[in-house]
Ligand binder design. Structure first.
Ligand SMILES: Cc1cc2nc3c(=O)[nH]c(=O)nc-3n(C[C@H](O)[C@H](O)[C@H](O)COP(=O)(O)O)c2cc1C
Length: 327
């Protein structure tokens, strides 16, 4: 079964999706450069980091880099979060002006500063509000609307069957399920069975998410749950090869350096050289797992601000050393 190429297609509303592996939205990571690199390896949809509707209203300075995307990323979706239905709608209408293929609503963020104010996974405590929000976005937007949920706030309030049904009945075109509760944050194992239960009761596409680290895991999740596609988050950081069915550890040094150079360059283009190089460090740590072994090496590499000298130092390091398991 090929999950990562154009053979298998599903649809989100009227948008055809060519592929079944999707890069998960990840604040601080899945910006335009990471999405472009992931797309080259087969990620079927590009979804923005979550965007705060309050920031849209107030015109926060970092919005520009969050909103900017390239046509090469398409199909592209903005993800938005808030706790206030009217502000969410106003934000979504603004985002719509930039021509995404669809808009996704975050109902799963577990971060305390988001969920404790009733946004992200905080919405799961208020199924009626979920219905209101989805309905109003569906009514006022001329692009499909989707939602990304968790299983509930905690084990005493597992309401995923109710919330997913409300989301579908309110007109959403697809749903993504991170199969953990808000309380679990990122601990324990994702409960894939719940994805299967949701899939069994819905007719809209269900995208499964949680703990998928390889193509084999994705195939297992699809077989076990019947979900239409699979979203990969943490395992894709510094590892875009996962979307084409292999892993970073299997790559030659030449291929590793090719992708690092590409990603670094896209970062420098997107953010400007200085900030792009600085922000790339967290990706580099993952790309070079096993190479950045000593504090001296890290200090040296991370002191470099120019794209060319930064990449030169990386090339030298990779060519001189053999990766170890510790980094
Ligand atoms: C650093 C980080 C940032 C995240 N930011 C977002 C976000 O902006 N929107 C969202 O829906 N989920 C966000 N998530 C959750 C992921 O999309 C995904 O649901 C979660 O990581 C589980 O998938 P995984 O096991 O493949 O990592 C984030 C996760 C991480 C690790």
């Amino acid at each position: 079964m090929s999950l990562n190429h154009t053979a298998t297609v599903f649809s989100i509303g009227n948008i055809s999706i060519a592929g079944k592996l999707i890069l998960a939205p990840m604040d601080g990571y899945s910006d335009s450069p990471m999405r472009l690199v992931s797309k080259q390896f087969g990620s079927a949809i590009s979804i923005s980091e979550f965007i705060n509707a309050i920031d849209i209203k107030q015109g926060h300075p970092h919005l520009l880099s969050q909103i900017k995307f390239s046509d090469d990323e398409r199909p592209f979706a903005y993800q938005i979060f808030d706790d206030k239905p009217e502000r969410m709608l106003a934000g979504a209408l603004k985002l719509r002006e930039h021509n995404p293929e669809y808009i996704d609503i975050n109902m799963g963020c577990s971060a305390k500063n988001v969920s404790n104010r009733g946004a992200g996974a905080g919405l799961l405590k208020h199924p009626l509000k979920i219905g209101q929000i989805v309905e109003s976005l569906v009514k006022h937007l001329d692009v499909p609307v989707t939602a990304k949920i968790r299983l509930g706030w905690d084990d005493d309030s597992l309401n995923y069957l109710e919330t997913s049904r409300i989301i579908q009945e309110s007109g959403a075109s697809a749903i993504t399920v991170h199969a953990r509760t808000r309380k679990m944050e990122y601990s324990g194992s994702a409960r894939w069975d719940a994805i299967g239960e949701i899939k069994a009761q819905l007719s809209i596409p269900v995208i499964g998410n949680g703990d998928v680290k390889s193509l084999a895991d994705a195939e297992r999740m699809m077989a076990q749950t019947g979900c239409d596609a699979v979203m990969i988050g943490r395992a894709a950081i510094g590892n875009p090869w996962v979307f084409s069915g292999s892993q970073r550890e299997e790559q030659s040094q030449t291929e590793l350096l090719r992708v690092v150079e590409l990603h670094l360059h896209l970062m420098a283009e997107h953010y400007g050289e200085k900030i792009g190089v600085m922000l790339f460090r967290k990706h580099l740590t993952r790309y070079l797992h096993g190479y950045l072994n000593t504090p001296e090496i890290r200090k040296h590499i991370y002191s470099l601000e120019k794209e060319k000298e930064f990449f030169k130092a990386i090339t030298k390091l990779v060519n001189q050393s053999h990766p170890t398991e510790t980094s």
